[in-house]
Design a protein around this ligand. Structure first.
Ligand code: CIR
Length: 263
């Protein structure tokens, strides 16, 4: 059974935006109410982009009581034939995990975290031989250590990062779209953090949101509207599909949050 860490993107588990999306957790609170209809439309474009790259998109029914439920990346980490189901770091979101666990139990051995440990899948980035795991406002050390223990069992190392308070998740500021390559936002990560990578594409801080990408070899999906980042990625040999992410960015979410690759 292939898992996230072999970079296969054959199947993506996703979840439809909640009708209660206007109440999604957001650090931009007060500037604008998240728009359910617009987010639904944006999510369809996202699904189409995944499908255009050969991914089968599986969509779970929405959860009315969980405004953030479409950010399903946070609710599971796939390790080969194991699905780690974390305790999500924001109390309003923890209940999202139950139906994810139920769905994944058909194909994976489901392992749950002990009480007290928290982790959002958005703090986990896969790079070739390791998981980069952010300790953040959502992921505590216990949660990161729990994942590390299971990752090591599967032959994958774990490197811990302190996610700056200014940033929600580790995936908010970096991604690894192809083997050997990291894309990272300046001002959030340091060169020494990423010394393991063969190539680091540094995105200027003002366009840091564009450091979250989904890669298919030399083809990449990125957020629309980040011209400098786009040129840097093109110069690095990527062909690019860019999609509109405004409705998700305003609730602190990036491209990768909207799916968990499960094979
Ligand atoms: C939250 O604050 O939990 C959501 N509004 C955004 C979650 C984004 N997820 C991710 O980066 N993996």
């Amino acid at each position: 059974m292939p898992g996230t860490f072999d970079r296969a993107r054959g199947r993506a588990l996703t979840r439809e935006v909640s009708p209660s999306y206007a109440e999604a957790v957001s650090s931009y609170l007060g500037t604008r109410v998240p728009d359910y209809e617009a987010a639904r439309r944006a999510q369809e474009v996202y699904f189409a982009a995944l499908r255009a790259h050969g991914t089968e998109v599986i969509t779970l029914p929405t959860l009315e009581d969980f405004p953030d439920c479409c950010f399903i990346e946070d609710a599971a980490v796939i390790l080969d034939d194991v699905a780690i189901i974390p305790n999500l770091g924001h109390p309003s979101r923890d209940g999202e995990k139950e139906s994810v666990a139920e769905h994944l139990s058909d194909d994976f051995e489901v392992i749950r975290m002990p009480g007290g440990a928290t982790l959002d899948g958005g703090d986990v980035v896969f790079y070739d031989d390791r998981f980069l795991v952010g300790v953040s406002t959502r992921t505590n050390k216990q949660g990161a250590d729990f994942l590390a223990e299971h990752a090591k069992g599967a032959g994958i190392d774990v490197q811990l990062f302190d996610v700056p308070k200014s940033t929600l998740h580790l995936t908010t500021v970096c991604s690894s779209p192809r083997s050997g390559t990291m894309v990272a936002a300046m001002g959030h990560l340091k060169e020494s953090d990423l010394s393991f990578a063969e190539e680091v594409i540094w995105i200027p801080e003002e366009e840091g949101y564009a450091a979250n990408t989904i890669g298919y070899g030399d083809r990449i999906i990125m957020a629309e509207g980040y011209k400098k980042a786009r040129h840097l990625l093109m110069d690095a040999g990527f062909s690019i599909t860019s999609i509109e992410m405004t409705e998700f960015r305003e609730v602190d979410a990036s491209l990768t949050c909207l799916s968990v690759f499960i094979g």
